[in-house]
Design a protein around this ligand. Structure first.
Ligand SMILES: Nc1ncnc2c1ncn2[C@@H]1O[C@H](COP(=O)(O)OP(=O)(O)O)[C@@H](O)[C@H]1O
Ligand SMILES: [Mg+2]
Length: 411
């Protein structure tokens, strides 16, 4: 085996380091190495600079004036990097060798037996590559699992929500109709009661004098009607969230126009919350398939959330669309300089009824509805958020086929 090897050598003697490098080169490696002899230099080298290739191997002398081989091993472990570590020493006792291996070194080679170095390095490089592959696969499986759990949770919440919506809808209809009828009835009754009041003086109604109740009752009745209307809005939201059958999702439309419509609809809200708002539509986006109205609804939710998060007119919201050739999809990006979401909020943001805005009338339905709309379009809704810095919401929609063209705009 041969190949490029980036080796970090912990050694105070330049001659010994040169000997190691020569041995590796003889074994067929083209070696790029750095030699360090202090803890600071080792730490610095392990941190590396951005763009550096990772170290392939660390080879350390067992005892140096400023740093023992075991210290070097400990420093490497502290960084959490999985780099094979080989210790080199003069003759040492067997129990020292054992303790070194226990501390996590991959191999222990004596200076009199350097011919073992190359096979040991080859073996360790192979195993490290193997470990790396397994780690990446495990991470991928974990990510897929998380998405499945989330999708499953959303599906059962959808079933629950549609059941609840149905149950609430009927009684709420009675409330709305009855409140209206009672209002009309009250107008008639009030005229008669007023006549009675004029000729006989004040009297009690529900424990309060009529002179007072004639003002209060209409307020009570309209309070009932308002409350029922708000319940109806929430129920409609729930139905949207749990809607399984879809509207016409086969029509092609231009995402820029949906975004534009949302921006125009919200122009008052936008100027109310911020001085900094831009929309940069990509030129020549491919069309997507689905319902322009529902995508508009998603954009409205995302923009409103960003505006709510700002906390000052000096903070901005940027809206952009672009085409991502790698995934052949159209992306809508809403970026804000708002308060951002801590992790525990971000993971729950798309759950129905999850809101941190109870005080300002948040229902917690906006993102759950948006999520299910984007899902029925075969797309994805993702967030990147940093508390104190802001949030980026990304909607990804599959592009409708367009004779193999690829055009990129700015986001
Ligand atoms: N751009 C954003 N910046 C900060 N927090 C956000 C943002 N978008 C959503 N959130 C969080 O997600 C929660 C749920 O959002 P949503 O479903 O739209 O419900 P609502 O806006 O009614 O609270 C919000 O209450 C808020 O905590
Ligand atoms: Mg919202």
């Amino acid at each position: 085996m041969s190949g490029e090897l980036r080796a970090l050598i912990v050694e105070d003697s330049a001659d010994d380091a040169a000997l190691l490098v020569r041995e590796l080169k003889r074994g067929g490696f083209s070696v790029d190495f750095l030699c360090v002899e202090t803890p600071e230099a080792l730490r610095h080298a392990l941190e590396g600079a951005p763009g550096d290739r990772p170290w392939g191997i660390v080879i350390a002398d067992f005892s140096l004036p400023k740093l023992s081989g075991l210290d070097a091993l400990r420093l490497l472990k502290e960084t959490g990097q999985d780099i094979p570590f080989i210790l080199i020493s003069g003759a040492v006792s067997e129990d020292i060798a054992v303790s070194v291996m226990k501390a996590g070194a991959q191999d222990f080679i004596t200076k009199g037996n350097l011919s073992r170095l190359v096979p040991a390095v080859e073996r360790e490089l192979k195993e490290a590559a193997h470990r790396g592959g397994r780690r990446r696969m495990e991470e991928e499986v974990r990510a897929i699992n998380e998405r499945l759990v989330h999708a499953n949770k959303m599906a059962s919440l959808g079933t629950l929500a549609s059941g609840v919506a149905h149950e609430i809808n009927n009684p709420n209809n009675y409330i709305m109709l009855n409140a209206e009828l009672l209002s009309d009835a009250w107008k008639d009754a009030a005229a008669i009661l007023e006549g009675y009041y004029r000729s006989n003086g004040d009297f009690m109604l529900g424990g309060l004098p009529f002179s007072e109740m004639k003002k209060t009752v209409p307020e009570l009745l309209s309070g009932i009607a308002d409350g029922a209307r708000r319940i109806k809005d929430i129920v409609d939201g729930l139905k949207d969230f749990s809607r399984i059958e879809s509207a016409d999702l086969h029509r092609e439309f231009d995402v820029n126009r949906a975004v534009d419509a949302a921006v125009r609809l919200l122009s008052n809200e936008i100027t109310r919350y911020t001085d900094i708002f831009t929309f940069a539509p990509a030129a020549d986006l491919p069309p997507v398939k689905g319902s322009a109205q529902r995508i508009e609804q998603v954009i409205i939710n995302l923009i409103m959330n960003s505006l709510h998060a700002l906390g000052g007119r000096g903070r901005g919201v940027w809206l952009g669309t672009f085409y991502d050739a790698a995934t052949d999809s159209v992306i809508i990006k809403v970026k804000d300089e708002g308060g951002g979401m801590p992790k525990e909020v971000a993971v729950r943001a798309t759950e129905p009824f999850f809101t941190t805005k109870t005080d300002m009338g948040g229902t917690g339905l906006g993102l759950s509805i948006s999520y299910s709309i984007i899902k029925e379009h075969g797309g994805a809704l993702e967030f990147e958020s940093a508390p104190g810095i802001g949030t980026i919401a990304m909607v990804r929609l599959p592009a409708a086929s367009r004779a193999g063209q690829a055009q990129t705009g700015q986001g």
